[in-house]
Design a binder for this molecule. Structure first.
Ligand SMILES: [Zn+2]
Length: 385
């Protein structure tokens, strides 16, 4: 009876370990295997780590015979099978916990700095000092990976640094989308759309970064004095010069009726799971949450800033486009406040919205957004037709 109970408990533990999303303890982490002739950032990190443990291997990113020999020595010293292959047990033995102001672990810190820079797009000085910039980058990285943002590099953070694939490749993402038949959201008047703010560009004197890509209507194509003092209702009937169209097949999942300075926004979830938010627009009547749209279908128009309740009638026209991978359970914006921008676009304290790969120079005073927000600049390269 007792044995069966123990067996049952073991099975239960196994089930919990396998299926509980929060059961990410050291025993369940998956680590990449490195061996002779492996190359890359993980090898560089491994070599820094071996240096930390007193094995003076040259740090060159190549798992050469010298590295094999030092790994074997390390394994032997740790009581592990000394086969010269770095797998779960060896990684676990290599990855000590560290955090800011840990002064004795310069080469472990170098490994972290190197991984953050070369796999995840940070720009730290690889100097072995766990300084405030490193602390901020670690916290930002933890946030982007869905980990507790505490600045402590423990087993889970080490595992994400080493096991996660490299930073998201936005160029590849947009090339793939073009191949899949995505079209430009503003294809109707070539030359009328100019560069506006791009993803990650500095806003508010550097206190936050831009979450999307602006498709800015050039001066020659504006007529913003036309309805400058009209009401929001009249804005809906404003000359629809610059049509905004769906980049891809999808369904409308959110509408913000007050996005920014009297403009609106809508979010479309696509068949491939990505989500696009079209902001600073007017929305075509009949489009509501649940509306199914097809690639190239008109969804609205670029609306000019015309906030009748304040003096913010600057007449600027742009499509502010955000694109998400669709991995995050977080909503894009909460509710429809009068000025959604003031809370959903500029809030630097809410932890509902996270920003992936924030440049360390802007952290922690950054623009917190969903972790799966991606660089939408490449949408400019989508076909016009
Ligand atoms: Zn914008």
């Amino acid at each position: 009876m007792k044995k069966r109970l123990i067996a049952f408990s073991l099975v239960l533990m196994l089930i919990l370990t396998c299926f509980s999303p929060i059961a990410a303890n050291a025993a369940t982490l998956t680590w990449p295997v490195l061996r002779l002739n492996s190359t890359g950032a993980n090898v560089t990190a491994l070599q820094y780590m071996l240096n930390y443990y007193g094995y003076p291997v040259t740090v060159n990113g190549t798992f050469n015979q010298s590295t094999v020999n030092y790994v074997k020595s390390f394994q032997q010293a740790e009581g592990l099978s000394n086969d010269g292959v770095v797998g779960t047990n060896t990684w676990t033995a290599l990855t000590d916990v560290l955090q800011r102001s840990s002064s004795y672990n310069a080469n472990l810190t170098r490994a972290i700095q190197y991984l953050l820079n070369n796999k995840f797009g940070y720009s730290l000085t690889v100097n072995g000092v766990f300084n405030s910039a490193t602390d901020a980058a670690v916290r930002s990285f933890q946030t982007s990976m869905g980990l507790t943002s505490d600045g402590i590099v423990g087993p889970n953070t080490w595992n994400n640094l080493i096991a996660a694939s490299s930073a998201f490749n936005a160029t590849q993402f947009w090339e793939d989308r073009a191949d899949d038949g995505w079209v430009s959201p503003v294809g109707y008047t070539p030359g009328a759309i100019t560069n506006g703010a791009k993803f990650n560009s500095s806003r508010d004197s550097g206190s936050r970064v831009h979450a999307g890509t602006d498709f800015y209507v050039s001066n020659n194509y504006r007529s913003y004095y036309l309805n400058h003092n009209n009401s929001l209702t009249a804005l809906d009937t404003y000359a629809k010069t610059f049509k905004v169209r769906a980049m891809y097949d999808g369904v409308v999942v959110q509408i913000s009726t007050n996005f920014y300075r009297g403009t609106k926004a809508l979010a479309i979830e696509h068949a491939d799971g990505t989500v696009a938010r079209y902001g600073e627009i007017g929305i075509l009547s009949g489009i509501t949450v649940g509306t199914i749209v097809e690639t190239g279908e008109e969804i609205g128009w670029i609306a000019y800033h015309n906030d009748v309740n304040t003096s913010n009638c600057d007449g600027v026209h742009m499509l502010h486009l955000e694109v998400y991978l669709g991995n995050s359970p977080e909503a894009i914006a909460s509710g429809n406040p009068r000025f959604a921008a003031s809370t959903a676009l500029t809030n630097t304290t809410s932890h509902s919205y996270y920003y992936a790969n924030v440049p360390s120079s802007l952290s922690p005073a950054h623009y917190e957004r969903r972790a799966d927000l991606i660089d939408s600049t490449g949408a400019r390269n989508l076909p016009l037709n």
